[in-house]
Write a protein that binds this ligand. Structure first.
Ligand SMILES: *[C@@H]1O[C@H](CO)[C@@H](O)[C@H](O)[C@H]1NC(C)=O
Ligand SMILES: *[C@@H]1O[C@H](CO)[C@@H](O)[C@H](O)[C@H]1NC(C)=O
Ligand SMILES: *[C@@H]1O[C@H](CO)[C@@H](O)[C@H](O)[C@H]1NC(C)=O
Ligand SMILES: *[C@@H]1O[C@H](CO)[C@@H](O)[C@H](O)[C@H]1NC(C)=O
Ligand SMILES: [Zn+2]
Ligand SMILES: [Zn+2]
Ligand SMILES: [Zn+2]
Length: 409
């Protein structure tokens, strides 16, 4: 710390977190119902404002940052750097700024990194301790509307309830534009910069209801449909989106589906169940694992790859393609938690270019492409199949769109 002029030092100290510094090894249990959180943004207005300037370690807040002679590191040493990594890996990043780790107060992990991010957003379930009884719209600060029983609701007004139902998935404080997920190009660009990223869709949001609704209506097995607990929008890399769009345009110009009243390229939303080796999706965890055999993370990070497919199952009823279904309960049969303890299971809802589908009822495991003149294979119910399948043979004919987490039984 030698060399820092006193005036600069006091300026740096003024930017310190509001919370009591956490000492390594000590647990700081808050007295108040509202646990202290560090103040993340400079004044709490910019969702992606950089972390506060401080000369203290960002993990323990009690020792100075390590300076190696050339640059200053965010942490005091290897231990704090490792602990910070662990924390992020275990819980993921703040659901508002998507860049800083979630705040751990010594007892529990909050969905936000800081007070300023928490004030900007609170979940539809109203779990934010800062805003109990207050309108859940970031920055509103009005008391929530009280029903006839005196129980506070979640919003101050119908207008704000409506806003929550259509909120931009990035800033969550402005309505999204039409069928898009964001309020405008600023938020869309911020999300794209973080791609590949998964963004939690709050319960009660129109997009949540839409995806959960498809899960429910397409549960066709004669078993109870499990409750959907979390839904995440998958934001892919622009280059990957471009490849998909180019493929879609090529299929559309061959088949002219729009003029026949269908979607461009005859695009559909289809389910895919696979193996998950980590807790991605559990309790708001948006952090991918690095395992090469965690199929869920691999598919989300790099989309589908036919060459992996043949390796994984060794045999496909309709050959070497990418298999999806319109039936959520069929994809549930392929969803598998491997070596993890979770009360939830995962399936992916994908955008698939069906184009002209060739209907088949009998297996043909030697297929490497759809029959000439077709873009996909539709495995029809009957013959050897109890439920429908849709198979595409081109990596660019499919992109994962939503991660859906539901009760494991
Ligand atoms: C808060 O941040 C906004 C946007 O970055 C800026 O325009 C404003 O001047 C800041 N206010 C204060 C008090 O720092
Ligand atoms: C980080 O996690 C690993 C594996 O769970 C553990 O062995 C290690 O002690 C942790 N490090 C810190 C500093 O918490
Ligand atoms: C999963 O959790 C249960 C109950 O907490 C425990 O009995 C079991 O050993 C755990 N299994 C694994 C693989 O960690
Ligand atoms: C299976 O597909 C291959 C490749 O298109 C074709 O040559 C063969 O005749 C098909 N077999 C059956 C039984 O339809
Ligand atoms: Zn309000
Ligand atoms: Zn926005
Ligand atoms: Zn994983």
């Amino acid at each position: 710390m030698a060399g820092i002029p006193p005036s600069l030092l006091s300026a740096l100290l003024a930017g310190m977190p509001q919370s009591t510094p956490r000492k390594p090894g000590s647990v700081n249990i808050p007295q108040a119902a509202t646990p202290p959180m560090p103040s993340g943004g400079a004044n709490g207005t910019a969702a992606s404002s950089p972390p506060i300037a401080s000369h203290m370690c960002e993990q323990c807040h009690s020792r100075p940052k390590y300076h190696d002679g050339t640059k200053t590191h965010p942490y005091c040493g290897k231990n704090c750097a490792a602990a910070a990594r662990n924390q992020t890996a275990a819980s993921g990043t703040c659901i508002v700024c998507h860049s800083r780790p979630k705040f751990f107060d010594g007892t529990r992990t909050h969905p936000y990194c800081s007070k300023s991010c928490a004030n900007k957003f609170s979940t539809a379930e109203g779990t934010s301790p800062n805003t109990a009884g207050m309108c859940q719209i970031p920055g509103c600060n009005k008391p929530a509307y009280k029903g006839p029983t005196g129980q506070p609701g979640k919003y101050c007004s119908i207008a704000h309830k409506r806003l929550a139902e259509t909120a931009c998935l990035w800033c969550r404080s402005a309505p999204k534009q039409g069928d898009r997920h964001f309020c405008g190009t600023a938020c869309a660009n911020d999300a794209a910069k973080k791609a590949v990223v998964v963004l939690e869709v709050p319960e009660g949001h129109v997009t949540f209801n839409n995806v959960a609704g498809q899960f429910k209506t397409s549960w066709r097995h004669n078993t109870r449909c499990p409750t959907v607990k979390h839904i995440y929008k998958i934001v892919g890399q622009q280059s990957s989106i471009d490849q998909y769009e180019a493929y879609k345009n090529a299929v559309e110009s061959r088949g002219q589906f729009v003029s026949a009243g269908r979607s461009a390229g005859n695009e559909r939303r289809r389910w895919h169940g696979t193996k998950r080796e980590c807790t991605l999706g559990d309790n708001g965890n948006t952090q991918f694992c690095s395992s090469a055999t965690c199929s869920l993370c691999c598919i989300i990070k790099t989309s589908f790859d036919i060459s992996c497919f043949a390796k994984k199952t060794g045999w496909g009823r309709f050959g070497a393609g990418i298999y999806t279904s319109s039936t959520s309960s069929k994809s549930n049969d392929y969803s598998q938690n491997a070596g993890i303890n979770s009360s939830l299971k995962a399936v992916l809802l994908n955008k698939v270019i069906v184009g002209k589908g060739y209907k088949m009822t009998n297996d043909n495991s030697t297929l490497k492409a759809p029959p000439a003149g077709y873009d996909s294979v539709l495995g029809e119910k009957g013959g050897s199949l109890n439920h429908d399948e849709l198979i595409v043979y081109n990596n660019d004919a499919i992109r994962p769109s939503f991660l859906v987490m539901y009760e494991a039984k």
